[in-house]
Design a protein around this ligand. Structure first.
Ligand code: TEU
Length: 528
C-alpha cells in the first residue's frame, strides 16, 4: 500500500528505507514547450505515467540556473529554476501534483563546485589574489619561476589538468570541467550558502536530496600531488590511499553539518553519490549523523555472472548492515552505460537487464531506477557531431555520456516519439525505437515496461518482501538463489548457458518464459 507523501507513520521505518526512486534526467524526460529539451512542465504532464509505473519518489537532475556547460551540474544560481526548464512557480506546481499522487520528490544538490558564471566566481576573477572573493574557491600561484606550471599534478575527472590559469597568472582548481570551479570548503561562507540552498528547497516542500560528488568537497591540506602510477586495488575507485582528490576525511564534517539541517525537517533524506568502493570507507558516509543513503556502485561495476553478482550484493549488504543503514541499489544513471548495453546489447542485453531488474527489486533496501531503463533502452551511438557531453569534448567520443541521455520515446513511429513536438531534439533519437515507446509497451504484457510495473507493484504490496534479512541457497554453477526473511520471497538468477530447475514454490514473476518449468539462461524469477 502506498504511504501518502508527508504522512509517515512514526511506528514504521522511514519511507526511504525501501523506496523505489526514479531518476529523471530533466533534459530528456519530456519537453512541453517545443524547444527539443525536456522541462519541469513536461514532467508534470507525465506524472500519470510515473504513478502507473509505481515508483515511490523521483530524483530530478539539476534544473537550476546554469550556462549548461555540464548540462546543469555547473550551477550559476542554485536557488532558481533555469528558464530552459521552467520557473519556480512551475516547480511548485510539479511538487504539489507529485505529492497529490503520493509520489515524493527529491532534487540534486551540487556542493563540490559552482559554474564559472556564478556571481561568486565572477567576483573572484575581478578580485586580486588573496582576496576574500578568491578564498571561496581554490586559487593558487603556479609553480616554476614564472608560475606557469599548475600548482600540483592533479587531473580533472573530465581529462586534462585540474587547474586553469586566469588573467593575473593565478590558477584555480576544477576536478571536473574548467567551467566547474571547486568550492573551498574551509570557507565559512561556502557552508552558509549550501545551508541556505538546502533550506530553500526543503521550505518549498521537497522530500530530500541526491548529493553530487558527495565524496568530494574536502581537499587535503597543502594539496599534495597525486601518484599517477599508483594502481588502486582491483575494482576500487578514488581510493584515498592513492588519490588525494576525493574521499578526504574532512568531508565527514561537511556531511554532519548537512545532516543537522536535514534533521530539522521530519521525513526528509539525502542519498550521496559516493564513488568509494573500500567497504570501511564507504560505511563512514552512512554513520547515523551523516548520509541516510549512499549509492553502492558495485552492482553497476559487476558483469553478468552469478558468483560475481552475489559477491557484490554481499559486500553492499555488509557495508549497509555495518552502518545500520539500508543498502542503495542501482543499475544505471546518466553517467554510465545503460545496463542493456553493458550486458552485451541486443536481445541478450535486454534479457539480462530484465533479469537484473528482478534481482535488484528483490533486494532489501532502496532502489534507484534511471529513466528509460523500464523501457529496456540501450545506450545509443550518438554521432560525433551531435555529442553534447563536455567529457566527450575533452577526453574523446568513447567517453561520451550522451548515449545514455537520449530523450525518452513516448508514442508514435518515428523521432521524436512525442518526447517533443520539435523533431530537432537536443540529442538525436534513434529511428528504430518505435517498438520501445511507452505506448507500444503499455498494453503488451510481455514488454519490459510491463515487467517493471508488475515487479514494482508486487514489491510494494506483497508480504513476501517484508524484512531486511537475506539468505543464500545452494544453486547450480552460474546461478544463485536467495530468500528474503522473514517475508519469504525467493529470487533465482540464471547466468549459466542451460535452463535450470527452480526451488519449490509458486512463481510470482519471471523475466522470461519458463521452459518445461525450468528457468532459461539470462533470466530471473521470483517465487513464494
Ligand atoms: O558525477 C561525478 C562523478 O564522480 C562521475 O563523473 C564519476 O566519475 C563517473 O560517473 C564514474 O565513471 C557527478 C554527476 O553525476 C555528473 O553528471 C557530473 O558531470 C559531475 O558530477 C560533475 O558535477
Amino acid at each position: 500500500m502506498r504511504r501518502a507523501a508527508g504522512a509517515r507513520n512514526p511506528d514504521e521505518s522511514p519511507w526511504w528505507h525501501d523506496a523505489v526512486f526514479y531518476q529523471i534526467y530533466v533534459r530528456s524526460f519530456a519537453d512541453s514547450d517545443g524547444d527539443g529539451i525536456g522541462d519541469l512542465e513536461g514532467i508534470r504532464a507525465r506524472l500519470g505515467y510515473l504513478e502507473l509505473l509505481g515508483v515511490d519518489a523521483l530524483w530530478l537532475t539539476p534544473f537550476y540556473r546554469s550556462p549548461m556547460a555540464d548540462h546543469g551540474y555547473d550551477i550559476a544560481d542554485p536557488r532558481d529554476v533555469d528558464p530552459l526548464f521552467g520557473d519556480l512557480a512551475g516547480f511548485d506546481a510539479l511538487l504539489a501534483d507529485a505529492h497529490a499522487r503520493g509520489i515524493r520528490l527529491t532534487v540534486d544538490l551540487v556542493p563540490n563546485h559552482t559554474s564559472d558564471r556564478h556571481e561568486w566566481f565572477q567576483a573572484a576573477l575581478r578580485a586580486p589574489r588573496g582576496s576574500r572573493e578568491r578564498e571561496r574557491y581554490h586559487f593558487r600561484d603556479g609553480l616554476g619561476t614564472t608560475g606557469d606550471h599548475p600548482p600540483n599534478n592533479w587531473v580533472s575527472t573530465f581529462g586534462g589538468p585540474a587547474w586553469t590559469r586566469v588573467a593575473d597568472g593565478q590558477w584555480y582548481l576544477h576536478l571536473f570541467a574548467p567551467e566547474q570551479p571547486d568550492l573551498n570548503w574551509a570557507n565559512a561562507e561556502v557552508h552558509a550558502d549550501l545551508e541556505r540552498t538546502i533550506r530553500f528547497w526543503l521550505d518549498r516542500g521537497v522530500d530530500g536530496f541526491r548529493i553530487d560528488v558527495a565524496h568530494g568537497m574536502a581537499k587535503p591540506p597543502g594539496l599534495p600531488d597525486m601518484d599517477h602510477g599508483a594502481k588502486p586495488p582491483e575494482g576500487a575507485l578514488f581510493d584515498i590511499r592513492f588519490d588525494p582528490r576525493f574521499d578526504n576525511d574532512g568531508v565527514h564534517e561537511i556531511h554532519q553539518r548537512i545532516r543537522k539541517v536535514l534533521d530539522e525537517y521530519p521525513g526528509v533524506m539525502a542519498t550521496g553519490e559516493v564513488w568509494v568502493t573500500d567497504e570501511a570507507r564507504l560505511a563512514r558516509y552512512l554513520r547515523p549523523d551523516e548520509l541516510h543513503l549512499a549509492f553502492d556502485f558495485r552492482l553497476i561495476l559487476t558483469h553478468f555472472d552469478a558468483d560475481a553478482l552475489r559477491g557484490a550484493i554481499d559486500r553492499s549488504l555488509a557495508v549497509a548492515a555495518g552502518a545500520g543503514a539500508p543498502a542503495t541499489w542501482t543499475l544505471s544513471n546518466h553517467d554510465l552505460w545503460r545496463q542493456v548495453s553493458r550486458y552485451g546489447g541486443g536481445a541478450q542485453g535486454v534479457r539480462r537487464a530484465r533479469a537484473m531488474a528482478l534481482v535488484e527489486l528483490a533486494l532489501p533496501g532502496a532502489v534507484y531506477l534511471y529513466n528509460g531503463e523500464e523501457l529496456g533502452l540501450g545506450t545509443v551511438e550518438v554521432p560525433p557531431e551531435a555529442m553534447a557531453d563536455p567529457r566527450a569534448h575533452s577526453t574523446g567520443a568513447q567517453h561520451s555520456r550522451d548515449g545514455s541521455r537520449v530523450p525518452l520515446p513516448w508514442e508514435g513511429d518515428e523521432p521524436p516519439y512525442a518526447f517533443s513536438d520539435n523533431a530537432d531534439t537536443w540529442l538525436p533519437m534513434p529511428a528504430d525505437w518505435a517498438g520501445l515507446t511507452v505506448e507500444a509497451q503499455l498494453e503488451d504484457t510481455g514488454s519490459t515496461l510491463s515487467l517493471y510495473r508488475q515487479a514494482l507493484e508486487l514489491r510494494q504490496r506483497h508480504p513476501a518482501f517484508e524484512g531486511t534479512e537475506l539468505e543464500w541457497y545452494g544453486a547450480p554453477a552460474g546461478c544463485f538463489a536467495f530468500r528474503r526473511a522473514p517475508g519469504g520471497l525467493i529470487c533465482v538468477l540464471n547466468t549459466s548457458a542451460s535452463p535450470i530447475a527452480m526451488p519449490p514454490g509458486g512463481v510470482l514473476l519471471a523475466s522470461a518464459e519458463l521452459v518445461d518449468a525450468k528457468l532459461p539462461p539470462d533470466a530471473a524469477a521470483w517465487l513464494v
